[in-house]
Write a protein that binds this ligand. Structure first.
Ligand code: 1GP
Length: 254
């Protein structure tokens, strides 16, 4: 599904379905031998795009290899979810051009983006501007990105960062709870953020099942990202298909 604009593709889907599910595949963690089949299952289960990225161990070559293999299994749009400039590669359909808004290190706020921009231009990749905000436990991304993860009890601060992203002209806000964390972002916090902005809201981190996904969708998320549940399904196609289908059914038009 090579759309002309992945941004329009996502927005049209969100307008129609309110909330969609996308899968994050981490090149450092995936089982390469099962990647083609996994991608097929993700598409069959009703997910709408695949993010590729991880906090560590990412090289351009690895990204390219992984994306080629995903493309052999499905036609879903593939979006780079970058940790650094080494994640930029030619064969993706788009890249989340992100700033980690609550990083304490200017590198993750604007310097990496400055390094990335000429490469992205040369590769003619579509950029989707995203304000990335790390909350709760934060996970590895928080440590690597020098974030000061915002505790959920300060939901007004999280909302203020989300508003900042919107006012800066970013097209999506991504609230990250941290990959693999025990508890996902509380639905009440999602509701507060939702009320504070009009742009689409991406929620990820620690979402393991359709019940959690449903609550987050009902609270106003527009994109739900899951990564760890793929790894936890041990790439067993049947288990994976069941879990992904359940999530997609649970969030449909919530
Ligand atoms: C990480 O939000 C994503 O950036 C996904 O988190 O791996 O916990 O699903 P999980």
């Amino acid at each position: 599904m090579k759309e002309k604009s992945i941004f329009n593709y996502l927005i049209n889907l969100i307008e129609k379905e309110k909330c969609i599910h996308v899968v994050l595949l981490d090149p450092e963690k995936i089982s390469f031998d099962k990647l083609k089949e996994t991608s097929k299952v993700i598409e069959e289960g009703g997910s709408k795009a695949i993010l590729v990225g991880g906090s560590t161990g990412i090289t351009e070559k690895l990204m390219e290899k992984v994306i080629d293999e995903i493309k052999r299994g499905c036609k879903l749009p593939i979006i780079i979810f970058p940790n650094n400039i080494s994640a930029i590669c030619k064969n993706a359909d788009a890249i989340f051009f992100m700033s980690l808004l609550n990083s304490q290190n200017p590198y993750y706020l604007i310097e990496a983006q400055m390094q990335a921009a000429p490469i992205i231009k040369r590769y003619q990749l579509e950029t989707i501007p995203v304000g990335y905000i790390i909350t709760g436990e934060g996970g590895v991304a928080s440590y690597v990105g020098w974030a000061r993860p915002i505790p959920y009890k300060y939901s007004n601060i999280i909302a203020a960062y989300a508003m900042t992203a919107e006012m800066l002209g970013m097209k999506f806000v991504y609230i990250e709870g941290g990959s693999g964390v025990k508890n996902p972002i509380p639905p009440d916090v999602v509701k507060i953020i939702r009320k504070s902005i009009d742009i689409p809201l991406i929620i990820g981190g620690g979402i393991r099942n359709h019940e959690e996904a449903k609550k987050i969708a009902q609270s106003g998320a527009n994109i739900i990202v899951t990564g760890t549940l793929i790894e936890e399904s041990e790439y067993d196609s049947e288990t994976l298909l069941k879990r992904i289908t359940l999530i997609n059914e649970a969030i449909f038009s919530k």
